[in-house]
Design a protein around this ligand. Structure first.
Ligand SMILES: [Zn+2]
Length: 352
């Protein structure tokens, strides 16, 4: 197991800190912004000392729509002017679409990915497309492997990031037996890069967040059978926008999330099979969707008050979902938009 410590960008403030400080001004909380990129993914994490990690960057094009939403979140919500770390979970355009474009507008200190393949079966133009990323990173992106561990600077509460999957490899299968392991029904092998997605487990004191990009069914099962090395999760970013080639019940039931956030689009993801799997988890309190699935009835998806955007893409304001984890990690809030109602949850490890 390799171990790194991120080079932190520290915002050191004295005692008597204003309680209305935003994340980038080091308020002691850990903030996670699920930015709406219309069915792609872009998740910004800001640590208690203001260190920033962007996981994926949405779709390119659309007049810079997704890039501008990321910049708006970074600058106007998180009050930051740069990114410390930019991560790519896998090589699909709805995940690395704006890394190069962002790099032309703000400083990005470090890039992290699973390694750049020579070719991509499903994308004949991959070598052409990856050129801009290579240029932005100056061919110096850091390759992540399953089992890599990062201990980040904080004001006290330990913050650890573990890479749990990468390039179809998974962390060692330790932990308690997964009681759902014998229910696994393998699907045909997924040859796409989705199966190679980085899976990232973030632990901040008692709080545990899992994000697995677009990881697909069989690798999900590989990760949590026969034993479950992840344990149970507080906040789960629903995998692959809620598509049913991912979110294997053997995996979702094992992690049994309390809160799930689904980065779907109006017509992408948010699949009823995935929603049914999530609803079968006994600990699930609330599912948040970035979008209403326009093809489903109201009772087939989460209630409207947990949906950030109800309009079709053409009219969408791009409202995000934000999680704020208390400085001691024992509780967290989830809200829709900057002014949304804050729902409070207790980190599950703190309940015992
Ligand atoms: Zn995707």
């Amino acid at each position: 197991m390799r171990c790194f410590v991120f080079a932190a960008c520290l915002f050191v403030l004295g005692a008597g800190v204003c309680p209305l400080l935003s994340a980038g001004e080091a308020d002691g909380t850990l903030d996670i912004y699920f930015i709406d990129v219309e069915g792609g993914a872009a998740t910004l994490i800001v640590t208690p000392v203001g260190e920033s990690i962007l996981i994926d960057s949405g779709y390119p094009d659309y007049n810079g729509r997704d890039r501008d939403r990321i910049l708006d979140t970074l600058k106007n919500e998180a009050k930051l002017d740069h990114l410390d770390h930019a991560v790519v979970t896998h090589w699909h355009l709805d995940h690395y679409g704006n890394h190069a474009s962002l790099a032309s507008m703000i400083p990005i200190d470090e890039y992290w990915d699973r390694g750049i393949p020579d070719a991509l079966k499903e994308d004949k133009k991959f070598q052409e497309r990856i050129g801009a990323y290579r240029a932005a990173t100056q061919n110096k992106s850091n390759k992540l492997s399953a089992g890599d561990v990062f201990e980040l600077d904080t004001k006290g509460t330990p913050l650890k990031i573990t890479v749990v999957t990468a390039s179809r490899e998974v962390i060692a299968n330790r932990g308690k037996p997964n009681p759902f392991a014998d229910q696994n029904e393998p699907k045909p092998k997924d040859e796409s890069d989705n199966a190679s997605s980085l899976g990232i487990l973030l632990e901040f004191g008692d709080f545990r967040f899992l994000c697995c990009g677009d990881l697909t069914w069989n690798v999900e099962a590989k990760l949590v059978t026969p034993n479950n090395p992840l344990g149970k999760i507080d906040l789960f970013m629903v995998t692959h926008h809620g598509l049913p080639f991912s979110n294997n019940p053997v995996f979702v039931k094992a992690i049994d999330p309390v809160v799930a956030v689904m980065c779907n689009g109006p017509k992408k993801g948010g699949h009823p099979t995935t929603i049914a799997t999530l609803r079968s988890c006994p600990s699930l309190k609330h599912l948040y969707q970035l979008h209403r699935n326009v093809a489903l009835g109201a009772d087939e998806q989460t209630p409207p008050k947990f949906i950030a955007n109800s309009e079709p893409t053409v009219n969408c304001e791009g409202i995000g979902v934000k999680t704020t984890v208390a400085a001691n990690g024992t509780s967290y809030t989830v809200q829709i938009g900057q002014a949304g109602t804050r729902n409070v949850y207790t980190s599950r490890s703190s309940e015992h």
